[in-house]
Design a protein around this ligand. Structure first.
Ligand code: SF4
Length: 331
């Protein structure tokens, strides 16, 4: 039995039910790194290249934590997760494409990586091929892999269903993997609904965004995110743009933003953007232009980096909510 480490960053918030269930069902132990802390961030800043974005630095911190505790480190090369159609040219950001190479060059000691290439655009490297590669590395044959993959896909589907019923991603992960009871209903007494859009590893990591969700919930706000929308709804928004972006997570943030801009869906929108992120310089500008063009919805962009503190984020969020409530009273 192997101990397989999965870093709690980047696509963790997107694929954990699939890969954790798959590896566990094959009889191995999955070790997740703990929630981000100052120590993990400092380690990531030390190990990663200087000009990397903060999520990549954080990933290095999580991977370094696991490197000393696991036999194999799960660090896939995510290329694409959409098969065909209008999204043929869409990939993950270049940092995802080079992630195993960056980690290999930066960390020492490092256990062997499970650096499977996930490129669902290519028929020969689809999910089945990726699962076979991981399963064979762990010493299993096709029958065991097939069974584990079936259960893993079911877990991933349950996770997606919960999110689409209005459960926030961290709660949906807890529900699917640890049996936590969750309720998709809006909290009674909360008078505002705010859309929070951005990359999953930025909006669902409370350390990196200085506890944004907790601040909003304490302020009596219901939160919705792009991950509560079905792929069909998100893809529909692509038709409203002359051209889509190249990067998968960027497109999801933009399409979610465009959906929530439609009248009456939410009271305001917050885009959480990562400092030093190339794609985000386009995403943020695009959302800002579109929100002005299409609506009078209040829009707030919060840029996070390694120096972001709770006081700064809280002040801006409180001012934003005060303005929304003031505006509502005026109406
Ligand atoms: S999309 Fe931006 S934040 Fe995400 S890994 Fe790429 S550069 Fe970093």
């Amino acid at each position: 039995m192997y101990r397989v480490g999965i870093p709690r960053s980047l696509a963790y918030f997107f694929y954990l039910p699939l890969w954790k269930t798959f590896i566990t069902e094959l009889g191995h132990e999955v070790i997740e790194s703990p929630p981000t802390s100052r120590a993990i961030l400092d380690r990531g800043v030390k190990e990663a290249v200087n000009d990397a974005c903060i999520p990549i630095k954080l990933y290095h911190g999580h991977a370094a934590y696991l490197a000393e505790r696991c036999d194999l480190l799960f660090c896939p090369r995510l290329v694409s997760v959409r098969k065909h159609g209008d999204f043929g040219s869409e990939t993950f950001c270049p940092k995802f494409l080079g992630l195993p190479d960056m980690v290999r060059l930066a960390l020492n000691p490092l256990p062997p990586l499970i650096d499977v290439r996930i490129d669902l655009k290519q028929p020969r490297t689809g999910l089945w091929d990726a699962a076979c590669e991981v399963g064979q590395k762990l010493g299993h044959g096709q029958a065991e892999i097939k069974r584990a993959l079936r259960l893993a896909q079911a877990a991933q589907q349950s996770f997606r269903n919960l999110c689409q019923r209005g459960v926030l991603v961290p709660d949906a992960l807890e529900a699917v993997l640890n049996g936590k009871k969750v309720s998709p209903k809006a909290t009674p007494g909360h008078d505002l609904t705010i859309a929070v859009v951005g990359y999953p590893y930025v909006i669902y990591d409370p350390y990196i965004n200085a506890g944004l969700f907790k601040i909003l919930q304490e302020e009596g706000v219901n939160i919705v995110t792009q991950d509560m929308l079905t792929d069909q709804i998100l893809n529909w928004q692509a038709r409203e743009l002359p051209k889509t972006l190249f990067w998968y997570f960027s497109n999801r943030a933009v399409y979610g933003g465009l959906h929530f801009m439609k009248k009456g869906r939410v009271d305001g929108m917050i885009h959480v953007t990562a400092f030093a992120c190339g794609p985000d310089s386009m995403v943020d500008r695009l959302l800002e232009i579109e929100v002005r063009r299409r609506s009078s919805m209040p829009y707030l962009a919060i840029a996070v980096d390694e120096h972001t503190g709770e006081a700064g984020v809280r002040t801006r969020v409180e001012a934003f909510l005060d303005m929304l409530r003031y505006q509502r009273k005026g109406k």
